[in-house]
Design a protein around this ligand. Structure first.
Ligand code: FES
Ligand SMILES: [Fe+2]
Length: 358
């Protein structure tokens, strides 16, 4: 029942994951093989199925900037055009695989899923802190989840679950108790959910990284750019300490928590996560702590969503949900995603596959 939004940019990988080894990722049910060219280091993204007998190109090898199919040697250039077939001079005209538009930005590799003619790099939402090593120290990773993409969007849009699922890590009672405000920019496809806690317990995640002992003022400002990028601006300060009137905020600790939420198949999703801080630069021990601790938190979500998907799979079609105030942001996100999916379907589809291939 997949209804993903096509004609959109999605994060396929961190730039550091792609090199001179072929990497296979399935994005919106499309298998794609990624690699970097030898000289310019540009990222190439080709459909991950050889036209001959559909062997995965990601399990094949590179010859310079060309991909040589690991089964019978069909060879493709960076545009996906087949430039060699074994045993004959004539290369069939239809011997090509699709090449996907790719943009590398803010440490992510973004791939366009849909009609390549509509790809516009200026519409990719930004996460500049990820590539700003001078002001932000970032740790991160990616965890695959065996659950529908929508489950992860729901999960991230409502952080009340921190109190229950992540108690003792990042959750304290105040997160679930404090009401939040939700703002929706339908046109731009952005949902903002804010929760400002004036007087909260400091969870271990922040106690150990900031060194603050005692109560804190804790702000969580979510900015979700549908369909893929999720930013959580987190501000932590000793209780009562507020930003200066001119906007400067020297006595607070700022953490940018970034997620890229990329549908893989109907029931699997790539969960890219990163934690960027504006303090403790060069402190390797703190980086290791934040990486390992946050990964544990992410794995709590992964385990919960794997279980949730398994459970939903056993539910009868059309099961009922019951939504409350905390779900406002998640419901807004679902509405925007449904609109984007409908728009993606209406725009000109790629040429249909020949009937025999179906
Ligand atoms: S399957 Fe690729 S060359 Fe035969
Ligand atoms: Fe979570």
């Amino acid at each position: 029942m997949s209804s993903f939004a096509r004609n959109q940019w999605y994060v396929a990988a961190y730039g550091r994951e792609i090199g001179r080894e072929l990497l296979g990722r399935t994005i919106l049910n499309e298998p794609i093989a990624f690699y970097r060219t030898e000289e310019s280091g540009e990222v190439v993204a080709l459909a991950d199925r050889c036209v001959h007998r559909r062997f995965p190109l990601s399990a094949s090898r590179l010859d310079g900037d060309k991909v040589v199919c690991g089964y019978h040697g069909f060879t493709y250039d960076t545009t996906g055009t087949c430039v060699y077939v074994p045993g004959q001079k004539r290369i069939p005209r239809t011997a090509r695989v699709s090449a996907y538009p790719v943009v590398e930005q803010d440490s992510f590799v973004w791939v366009w899923i849909g009609d390549p003619a509509l790809a516009d790099a200026t519409t990719i939402p930004r996460a500049p802190h990820l590539a700003d090593a001078e002001n932000w120290t970032t740790v991160g990773g990616m965890e695959p989840i065996d659950g529908n993409y929508g489950l992860l969007v729901d999960n991230l849009m409502d952080l009340s679950h921190e109190t229950y699922l992540h108690g003792g890590y990042i959750g304290t009672p105040e997160v679930a108790e404090t009401p939040m405000t939700t703002e929706v920019d339908e046109g731009a496809g952005i949902v903002r959910v804010s929760r400002h806690m004036d007087d909260a317990a400091c969870p271990p995640f922040y106690e150990r990284s900031t060194g603050i002992r005692g109560r804190i003022t804790r702000w969580q400002d979510i900015e979700y750019h549908a369909p893929c990028l999720y930013l959580l601006h987190s501000r932590i300060a000793p209780q009562g300490v507020l930003p200066n009137a001119d906007g400067t905020d020297p006595d607070a600790f700022h953490v940018e928590i970034t997620y890229a939420i990329t549908p893989s198949t109907d029931n699997s999703v790539y969960d890219f996560w990163a934690v960027s801080r504006d303090f403790g630069h060069g402190d390797e021990e703190m980086s290791a702590f934040l990486h390992d601790f946050n990964r544990e938190v992410v794995m709590q979500d992964v385990d919960a969503l794997n279980l949730l998907q398994k459970t939903l799979d056993t539910e009868p079609e059309g099961y009922q949900e019951l939504s409350i105030n905390i779900d406002t942001g998640g419901l807004a996100a679902r509405r925007i995603l449904a609109r984007l999916a409908a728009e993606g379907e209406r725009s000109p589809a790629p040429a249909p596959a020949p009937a025999a291939a179906r």
